[in-house]
Design a binder for this molecule. Structure first.
Ligand code: PLO
Length: 406
């Protein structure tokens, strides 16, 4: 390994801002320790753009020396983030384009317009639930009651996942992401997800419906269907990515605004567009803290650093969003009027850039104004500083957002 004493990422996420600052101080690309496993991480905007478009870095875990040599095993708590089925998330080049094609078509902005009224209705229904839960001044956890179910229902409908299965899936994903889950339990959860999505894909092969999972396994003018394994890999990636991250986008934006009443007032007065608020939230407090992982297929020189063949590279997108060369000296502040807000890489960059970016922006752009319109006097039920994160190393997951409606 190229350097001693890599900076250990705190699995308990007790001081995310402090950690982000320290990472940036360590340089544009720096050594980290991920629960005992060394890797490089990128904290700089320009380097992140360079490396997410460098074809010498690949997603295939077999290119990782620590994995190939048996140092990283299924006992590593983060194994589920990198040892994934063949899918658009784990393959590069021409095969990647093939695996991603139907998804990018289904999630293209024009197609998404059809979803707008559906998302509006889901939002209105969930706001009724929020109102019922918060009647008589009771504190409501906005994450549980509102931010969680909305993206899950949207991606569930898109993929053809039955509503009655959502509670089970949410429980599995909570355990999947938390570093506190005992490893044998995590592996059981990964096994459960595998059986669940294998059954779902087989059911859609036998009886296709009007959903993206069926589109994966059906031949059409777009060409050959995906294999069963590829369809399973894709649906797993889409259901996980399609709910977990958007929950955080919605809830982190509410948290930011409730902590800055003057900025919130500007937004509610119509002086700042919601679109702009959402971009600033993505930049400053985005859903993804550290994106695992790409592997070097040959030595790659970045400035005076050499990423050796076989080493792993993480993208610390939170640190990248705080890059002062892009966002100036106030990069650490949440500012809904910031002119560089949309120059973030919260959805990644390059061929693997998030195919669901437009969907997640649409969900947030519907959910947030509807929430504040319905409960204009909404306030936090606990002091702002007491709202902490779950012990999730890769994601920026607020534990809960208890609010009083009026
Ligand atoms: C979740 C477990 C699945 O079996 C495989 C998978 C694919 C896509 C990953 C997702 C996992 C975790 C969350 C990720 C998503 C892609 C985008 C999303 C990393 C590992 C983000 C950015 O958080």
């Amino acid at each position: 390994m190229s350097s001693q004493c890599p900076f250990a990422i705190d699995p308990m996420v007790s001081d995310l801002d402090g950690e982000t600052n320290r990472l940036r101080e360590l340089g544009p690309i720096t050594r980290i320790d991920l629960l005992g496993v060394p890797a490089w991480t990128v904290t700089d905007h320009a380097v992140a753009r360079q490396l997410t478009t460098d074809t010498r870095l690949v997603k295939d875990i077999n290119a990782w020396s620590l994995y190939a040599d048996g140092v990283v095993t299924d006992q590593w708590p983060l194994i589920g983030m990198v040892l994934v089925d063949r899918s658009m998330f784990s393959v590069d080049g021409a095969e990647h384009r093939r695996l991603r094609l139907k998804t990018s078509q289904a999630l293209a902005p024009r197609r998404l317009e059809e979803l707008r009224p559906v998302i509006e209705q889901l939002t209105a229904d969930l706001l009724d639930d929020v109102e019922a839960a918060g009647a008589d001044g009771a504190a409501v956890d906005l994450k549980e009651v509102f931010a969680y179910p909305l993206p899950m229902r949207v991606v569930g409908d898109l993929m053809g996942v039955a509503r009655e299965d959502h509670a089970q899936l949410l429980d599995w994903y909570k355990k999947f992401f938390s570093v506190m889950t005992p490893q044998d339990e995590r592996l059981a959860v990964i096994g459960g997800l595998d059986v669940y999505f294998t059954d779902l894909v087989r059911q859609k092969i036998a009886d296709p419906a009007d959903d993206l999972t069926s589109a994966f396994v059906t031949a059409d003018e777009g060409g050959e269907p995906l294999t069963e394994e590829e369809a399973i890999g894709n649906i797993k990636a889409l259901v996980a990515a399609g709910h977990e991250t958007t929950v955080s986008l919605i809830i982190n934006t509410v948290r930011a605004l409730l902590g800055e009443p003057e900025q919130l007032a500007k937004v509610l007065a119509g002086d700042v567009e919601w679109k702009q608020v959402i971009e600033e939230s993505l930049r400053w407090d985005g859903p993804v803290t550290h994106l695992l992982m790409r592997f070097a297929t040959e030595d790659i020189t970045v400035g005076d650093t050499v990423i050796a063949k076989g080493e792993g590279v993480v993208m610390s997108y939170r640190a990248v969003g705080r890059d002062i060369t892009v966002h100036g000296d106030t990069a650490d502040d949440f500012d809904v009027t910031r002119s560089t807000a949309n120059r973030h890489l919260a959805f990644g960059y390059g061929p693997h850039i998030c195919p669901g970016a437009a969907l997640s922006r649409l969900e947030a752009a519907i959910a947030l104004p509807a929430l504040f319109a319905r409960f204009p006097r909404m306030r936090l039920a606990v002091p702002h500083g007491e709202i902490g994160n779950l012990p999730v190393l890769t994601q920026n997951d607020v534990a809960a957002l208890p609010i009083i409606l009026n």
